[in-house]
Design a protein around this ligand. Sequence first.
Ligand SMILES: *Cc1c(COP(=O)(O)O)cnc(C)c1O
Length: 730
Amino acid sequence: MEAKKNFGGLDLFRVVAACLVVAIHTSPLETISPEGDFFVTRIVARVAVPFFFMVTGQFVLSDYFRKDGKNTASLWRYLRKAALLYGIAVLLYLPLGIYAGHYKEMTFGTVLRMLLVDGTFYHLWYFPGLILGILLLMALRRFCSVKMTGVIVSLLYLLGLLGDSYWGLASQIPGVSAAYQWCFQVLFGYTRNGLFFAPLFLWMGAVAYREDDRTKMAPSYQKITGDMAGLVISLFSMTIEGFLLRYLEWQRHDSMYLALPLCAFFLYQILLKVTWEIPPLYRTAATWMYLLHPGVIVVVRGLPFGKEILKNSLLFYGIVLLISGGGAWLAAFFIQRFFGHGYKRKKRKSRQGDLFPKARAWIEVDKAALRQNVKALSSLLPENCQLMPAVKADAYGHGAVLVAKELNRMGMDAFCVACVAEGVSLRKHGVQGEILVLGYTHPKEFPLLHRYCLTQTVVDYDYALLLNQYGKRVCVHVGIDTGMRRLGERSDHEERLMEICHLKNLNIRGAFTHLCADDTNEPKDVEFTQKQVNEFYRIVKKWEEEGFSCPKVHLMASYGVLNYPHLAGDYARVGIALYGLHSAREDYDGSGIRLTPVLSLKARVASVRELGSGEAAGYGLAFVAKRPMRIAALTIGYGDGLPRALSCGGGSVLIRGKRARILGRICMDQTLVDVTEIPEAAAGDIAVLIGISGDEEITAYELAEAGGTITNEIVSRLGQRLWRVGVGGR
Ligand SMILES: *Cc1c(COP(=O)(O)O)cnc(C)c1O
């Protein structure tokens, strides 16, 4: 598994933001400098709550925004959790609220308003704000695009501003003033709520970070400097704005500024790039600090020497911070202990029972062999022709992510896959470079091409029109059918091909054809291949005459490179040869290079037992012992992709460097072999099904021949249940 993206910067700032919120409610500099205190608590600290909303937006809403799947379930779960926490907080603060006289002369309407909008204690507006904000965004996103939703929440924010820091402006306009005042009396106490304030920041968080940005997120100090400059400038603007509004006495409340979304944006961008490891404990603690500190404030004020403390606002802040921080840490600690989502617990657990990749049946991918094949194949190619490895079908069973990442490390930056899902998976695991989808993509999946920067093959003329109709510009390579009659527009349909290159929404990055008779040296095949090549270049030339010069062209696959390397092009789409195999042993290869098989297939001996003369074994009792024998059961079967055609002596395996014949019918998860001649064979031994053991080797050819197929099928059918492990190499 890949390491998950680390959001340490966000985790760290949660704690900082909680301290800032405590500052807002304690005014640490009040007794020292009122202006200074205004600057710290009414301006700087105002980024704290927007930050919390943005984090929630990112982790809770971003999937829903992209409609990546059925994510409403997790959204509702989150909302339930938030409501529960709010419920606990309401109960927790009930006595304090009563004591402070908050709940006098309540009507049903005011109770409702307090619970659903304003919060039952001054800091608790946050929870109804969060819930209402999320619900609003869910509703908006259902009917509008992400951008439109952004426009609407921005407008709401502007309306909110007029009821908050810019109240002085709104109150001068008679009708507007009356409308706001009615709202303040009936609907909500402040516009800093789930309708006007939270949605914008939740939206900003939801669009702040894309999973597939991860590869581009490598530390880019230039970018950080830009964000830093942005933060400094926007904070400066907000300072001027804040003091100006204060001077004008326009502020009814001081939570919302014009420059605040900008500050929050730049701050967030910086934090996204910080990757320190912060234990999750602090994340939980930050929430509890937010919850607890108003209670602590009341308690500290009420202490016998509370009045003395209040005389020094900084001391007061320090004490409140210390007590609520300590309390929050304890709360987080106990939650971690007893509800078990903790860091340490998980870690300890995993140490006790890690899955072991080589426990049952697995594939070893020899990186050194892969490197050798890359070198050997590259040596055949002209200088400006690059390898574009085919990593479709899980890299011919080798493990697409494992192989593509290794190839990335070797400097390769173009790949081809069979379908969108394969491309998405590579991107999600951080594979870089161009990824060409060779096959058909359903229009419903067009957005994925765009989102994951995948290049689509134009499979024919009608498909080109379909792609062109999709609203966004899509990167494509045009397939040209020069004789295989599978995919690509027929090369004899010149007009259509000319039309394709003029379609507005196709970003044509390349064109290719596929040779289908390049694996022999028989004259008729050589002639056919030459015809294919001529047809291909004829079209490329025609395009050029029309004023379209195709950026990249390619036509060779493995056998093209081995037998026709002079055909060149910009890419060579090598598959099977890269994995060190020919499709069949007897295939013609005029290259003279040596290919090294990359894949080994291994399993374990599960159990060894005696079989008496005349006794039968396995399904259908298909094997009958003619003499006393020892047989072993192996932990691999046709469910792992082992061809069932190897049953009943059709194949063998290697144990301790010796051959053991397969007995009876191969089962789904097990296979029986004859170890009579290998007396030292024991449970736990490694059995090699493809690969080397001692001086013996079993090749993929052997399996292919026994199964009446080609090596391509043997390796690409190896199952998902097998672990893929990289071995050898640097
Ligand atoms: C699979 C495939 C390749 C790679 O073929 P190999 O013979 O394995 O090298 C190249 N191009 C296309 C279009 C393919 O489908």
